[in-house]
Design a protein around this ligand. Structure first.
Ligand SMILES: [Zn+2]
Length: 159
């Protein structure tokens, strides 16, 4: 099972149908793009992405480890939350953040960068009807001409 940091969600082209991904509450808050939010929230509703909220103990353990490696100053609260959640549930952290990787190593956690995983850095967006799924060109605005539902931008992946 894998835990995604914010950049891993925003920059990648993940196949959530595998059902192996976790995020933390702070990561969700950091996603500002409305379309990405729609995709993530939909995957959460379907149980394909799970939310992991770490407890105090693991958070403290991560801070101790980060103090030892010297990364504590550069890690955000979100980074610490990610590491603590990974520690609790023994998740592989997907991140390109060197500080997170460093502390993950100190905690004997697995991590992988998006480059290693071969994830494409660019999301393939398509416009598609929310109701019937009909695809529309990127410049299309308005409602679906078949079923009248909203046409939204979504990732090219099925999930
Ligand atoms: Zn439609």
């Amino acid at each position: 099972m894998k835990l995604l940091d914010t950049s891993a969600i925003i920059r990648s082209d993940l196949n959530f149908s595998e059902g192996i991904y976790f995020v933390t509450p702070r990561v969700l808050c950091e996603i500002l793009d409305e379309n990405i939010k729609l995709i993530i929230n939909s995957a959460i509703r379907k149980g394909l992405i799970k939310i992991a909220e770490p407890k105090e103990d693991s958070t403290r353990e991560v801070k101790d480890a980060a103090a030892k490696t010297g990364d504590i100053k550069t890690l955000s609260d979100t980074d610490i939350e990610i590491l603590a959640a990974a520690l609790e549930k023994n998740l592989t952290v997907v991140t390109d953040d060197y500080g997170i990787q460093n502390v993950a190593g100190k905690l004997n956690l697995n991590y992988e960068s998006m480059v290693q995983e071969g994830i494409k850095q660019k999301i393939r967006w398509v416009n598609a009807c929310e109701g019937c799924g009909k695809k529309y060109p990127a410049e299309f605005t308005g409602v679906c001409e078949i079923c009248g539902s909203r046409v939204i931008r979504r990732s090219g992946n099925k999930f």
